[in-house]
Design a protein around this ligand. Structure first.
Ligand code: LLP
Length: 403
């Protein structure tokens, strides 16, 4: 299993400063290969959900592996194109967007999944059957790590409600729209392979209604092990079960469909490390606080989703283990971890947050007028800066100067 050693992380911190996000290109490759081998024998394509991490160097690396890129905004589409990804390898799964973005995506020639009846109707009026399109359905499946990242349930804003199939079909018929793809995405942090079987069953019922259909897109959501003894989704089991389902239920008519996935976390979560330095240590009877030079402005997952991120003091690997609360420097409750066992922490030590590749930098902000960290790409033994640390001018660049 490919990882970056504490010594290498420490050297990167010395060279590029802290806080710094570090991404391991070989780990991304390893994850992609797991996906490919799990679905061998099934015509499958993967589109990395770039919302997890959009640095153009990462997009280029993932493109070079053969993987496509999934986007959730027109700017992500433009970043992928900018990184040199060919339009046919880009998928835009939209939600709640203005029709103009769909028109723009069509002008680039990328695959598009539409997720509302109103945008589908506008699409039909403008493009008729000239541009094959996908529709995102709401499968009414509750799945995922927590409610904030469960998006396929019956009160979700995502997708077209299954109950509205008749209206959907009326629109498709009225404008002769070529529905190439049926799409669902139920949530993130899904461990149970049967959720994907439940998903394909929902879509299988819809298949007969769409004669132009070529693709079944089951979205992303595969779980990664955040805790040291945590489990990741058993991809081989999903591959086996889906293959079996496709062969016994969907391919019997003689028509075959391509299977698409949009993995985000599975591709880039474990490749990423956030390396921070301890600013202050506060020891009292009730608690020992280790405060680092980062915060929820750089890694919001613990505060926003109560997510667990493994933390290691790489500066004192043989120090006595003690219990700490690890906090950030943002001026409100900003706790990365409570009651966490770490090797003795001293001011100036480097604390590393693991599994920080997905939705880490990408959800960062300038809260408290702090700079966003630098990003470093580590591949084949070489570390390369792929995003400069922000600086003073970045905070002012869009503020109209004072007279
Ligand atoms: N496809 C669609 C349409 C999505 O909305 C998402 C994620 C994915 C694929 C990729 O899901 P993944 O494989 O990464 O689980 N910020 C949250 C996760 C939000 C996921 C949003 N949609 C977190 O940090 O846990």
């Amino acid at each position: 299993m490919s990882s970056i050693s504490p010594q290498q992380l420490s050297a990167i911190a010395t060279e590029f400063g802290t806080p710094v996000y570090v991404y391991n290109g070989e780990k991304i490759k390893e994850q992609y290969q797991k996906l490919v081998s799990a679905f061998q024998g099934i015509d499958t394509r993967f589109f990395y959900a770039s919302k997890a991490l959009t640095n153009i160097h990462i997009l280029k690396h993932i493109d070079s592996l053969g993987c496509g890129i999934d986007c959730s905004s027109i700017n992500e589409v433009k970043l992928a194109l900018h990184a040199g990804v060919k339009p046919e390898k880009i998928l835009y799964t939209s939600n709640g967007i203005a029709f103009e973005e769909i028109e723009e995506a069509v002008s680039y020639g990328v695959h598009v999944n539409i997720d509302s009846l109103s945008n589908l109707e506008k699409f039909g009026k403008k493009f008729g059957n000239s541009y094959p399109i996908g529709v995102r359905m709401r499968p009414n499946i509750l799945a995922g790590g927590n409610l904030k990242i469960s998006v396929g349930h019956e009160k979700s804003k995502f997708g077209i409600a299954l109950e509205q199939l008749d209206i959907l079909k009326e629109i498709v018929t009225a404008f002769n729209i070529n529905i190439k793809t049926l799409h669902i995405h139920t949530g993130s942090d899904i461990k149970d392979p049967d959720v994907f079987i439940a998903g394909i069953k929902v879509l299988a019922d819809l298949v007969p209604h769409f004669t132009d259909l070529q693709v079944i897109d089951l979205g992303g959501g595969f779980k990664v092990p955040y805790e040291p003894d945590g489990e990741e989704t058993d991809m081989a089991a999903i591959g086996r079960k889906l293959k079996n389902y496709l062969e016994t239920h969907l391919f019997q008519s003689g028509k075959k469909y391509q299977l698409w996935f949009e993995p985000g976390k599975f591709m880039v979560s474990e490749c990423g490390y956030l390396v921070t330095r301890v600013n202050v240590l506060k020891e009292s009877h009730s608690v020992v606080i280790a405060g680092v030079n980062s915060g929820l402005n750089h890694l919001i997952r613990p505060m926003f989703y109560e997510a667990y991120h493994h933390i290691v003091n790489i500066s004192n690997p043989t120090g006595e283990e003690k219990i700490y609360t690890v906090t950030g420097y943002i001026c409100e409750t900003d706790t990365f971890a409570s009651d966490r066992k770490l090797h003795e922490v001293r001011e100036g030590d480097l604390l590393v947050f693991y599994n920080a590749g997905a939705y880490g930098f990408e959800m960062s902000s300038n809260y408290n007028s702090r700079y966003r960290p630098a990003e470093v790409f580590y591949n084949n033994g070489t570390a390369k800066l792929i995003r400069k640390r922000e600086e003073w001018s970045d905070l002012l660049k869009n503020q109209v100067p004072l007279r």
